[in-house]
Write a protein that binds this ligand. Structure first.
Ligand code: DGL
Length: 293
């Protein structure tokens, strides 16, 4: 039997990673969990995000028998990847982190912008990552409160317009605060999208900052790393089931907005989406169930 690969995020941001996974691994089945009821993670405590991450991993293992897990969320990776690996040593686990090293490889001006959530930017893991590239370029790091939430809301049918205005305003405010963008000396020529949600506003950012600014995200490298881990564990699927037929999307929040996002960004039909309920008491997940719609 071909067991699915589990993928999760606080909400719809991880769909940008799922899209890359589907392309890289066309024969695999995926089950994606959007923890919309608790989004955004970026402005919650590390302990809370860690607790959700561990509960979601348990749920995907117990109820969906996943063979690997992709944490398609920078904030959850920063908060909980070490704990996850310690609890599930046999499970291939891939996390995401802001792509500082790939940005270093392409920046000419050596001035690199990084947009991420407050949780990611304030984490120890990010501090270590930043220290590991110290002296090789100047990194201008911005915690973008409210941006992931506005992107979430841009898929709610009755909020689209307001959310688009919020997104435009937030992008303007945050990028202006980072300084000048461009390819001249002293300008930021490379921008790291350090939150999986931000990939969905990449073209708005490109319009705002100009074509000479290069955007760096992590979907493709994460997908390649997932393939490598599956190969090493001899877990690659041997059958040829089409990805579109074998992708299931679950949400702990609003089903309609997940359906709208799945349709808009992955071309998936609404039947691919279901509501999921995870009951978490303290550190204990004591019950979980899917409600078929
Ligand atoms: N998409 C997530 C990330 O990559 C989290 C956004 C949020 O929930 O704040 O960090």
């Amino acid at each position: 039997m071909n067991r699915p690969i589990g993928v999760f995020d606080s909400g719809i941001g991880g769909l940008s990673v799922l899209r890359a996974l589907q392309k890289e691994l066309p024969n695999e089945a995926f089950v994606y969990l959007a923890d919309n009821a608790h989004a955004p993670y970026g402005e919650k405590s590390e302990a809370f995000v860690s607790q959700r991450t561990l509960a979601i991993a348990d749920y995907l293992l117990t109820h969906h028998h996943i063979k690997a897990l992709v944490v398609a969320c920078n904030t959850a990776t920063a908060a909980a990847i070490h704990g996850l690996r310690a609890l599930h040593p046999a499970l291939p686990i891939v996390g995401v982190e802001p792509a500082l090293k790939p940005a270093l490889a392409i920046s000419q001006t050596r001035r690199i912008g990084v947009m991420a959530t407050r949780g990611t930017v304030g984490s120890e893991k990010f501090a270590r990552l930043l220290a590991s590239v110290q002296g090789q370029a100047e990194f201008v790091v911005k915690a973008c409160n409210g941006l992931a939430l506005a992107i979430e809301q841009s898929t709610l049918p009755d909020r689209v317009e307001v959310a688009q205005q919020d997104i435009a305003q937030l992008l303007k405010t945050y990028t202006e605060a980072m300084g000048r963008f461009g390819n001249q000396p002293g300008e930021i020529d490379t921008l790291v999208l350090g939150c999986t949600h931000y990939v969905f506003v990449e073209s708005a950012l490109q319009d705002l900052l100009g074509p000479q600014v290069q955007m760096v995200s992590t979907g493709e490298p994460v997908a390649r790393q997932t393939r490598r881990l599956l190969e090493m564990a001899d877990l690659l699927s041997q059958d040829g089931t089409s990805t579109k037929q074998s992708t299931r999307l679950l949400t702990t929040g609003d089903l309609e907005s997940l359906q709208a996002a799945a349709q808009r960004w992955l071309g998936l039909p609404s039947q691919a989406c279901q509501a999921a309920t995870l009951y978490v008491h303290g550190d204990q997940q004591d019950q979980a169930q899917d409600k078929q719609q």
